[in-house]
Write a protein that binds this ligand. Structure first.
Ligand code: GAR
Length: 218
């Protein structure tokens, strides 16, 4: 089967982009990164796309609609089947979100719906939660909202500050994002309202990220 063509939108560092590039380097992975779009010309993630010889574009339009129109053109020209936001830090035009409904995913460094928006690790520390983590979800109009595909739990440790917690969550992000994109590419995700089901059951790698699920599996 032809691999699913994924378009990735970034604004910065691109470490999640890199995790997806690395996953897709495996010929058995069911998706390929076909285009990378950045809204910032200085995003370091663009160098990762360059190094991997992936077509990349900068769309620096300041207007939300103008950005969306240009991004939509590029994504359609590249025959994209899934848009993945990877540290894309701009609000998206609502028509663009509607046009890519159920074909656009995002990763966010908290256990949504807790702590959407900016500085989620700072929000988690301020709230005093004992567990945080990351979430991959289908994109809906509200920021960092939509049906949840996969989450990974990361304990908050005594002495954590924002950077330390963010660094440990990032390690989990790099595992869970390629996994969620794989499930989509394999056509295993069903959406019903806010809930996402995974055909064939919860894969072992999700159980590894969330050990408490092991008892559900057996
Ligand atoms: C990641 O932690 C990602 O989850 C977060 O930005 C960081 C980007 O890092 N995204 C959001 O907060 C979206 N609301 P990266 O550029 O190295 O992938």
């Amino acid at each position: 089967m032809e691999p699913l063509k994924v378009g990735i939108l970034i604004s910065g560092r691109g470490s999640n982009l890199q995790a997806l590039i690395d996953a897709a380097a495996d010929p058995a992975y069911p998706a390929e990164i076909a285009i990378v779009i950045s809204n910032r010309a200085d995003a370091p993630g663009l160098d990762r796309a360059k190094a991997a010889k992936i077509p990349h574009r900068v769309i620096a339009e300041s207007g939300r609609r103008a950005f969306a129109a240009a991004a939509d053109r590029e994504l359609r020209a590249a025959n994209i089947g899934l848009v993945a936001l990877a540290g894309f830090m701009r609000l998206l035009d609502s028509d663009f979100v509607a046009a890519w409904r159920d074909r656009m995913v995002n990763i966010h460094p908290s256990l949504l719906p807790a702590f959407p928006g900016l500085h989620p690790q700072r929000q988690a520390l301020a709230a005093g939660v004992k567990f945080s983590g990351c979430t991959v979800h289908f994109v809906r109009a509200e920021v960092d909202s939509g049906p949840i595909i996969a989450q990974a739990v990361v304990p908050v440790e005594d002495g954590d500050d924002e950077d330390r917690l963010a660094a440990r969550i990032l390690v989990a992000e790099h595992r869970v994002y390629p996994l969620a994109v794989r499930l989509f590419a394999e056509g295993r995700l069903g959406i019903s309202g806010n809930r996402v089901s995974v055909a064939g059951g919860v894969p072992p790698d999700i159980v590894a990220l969330n050990p408490t699920l092991a008892s559900v599996e057996s």
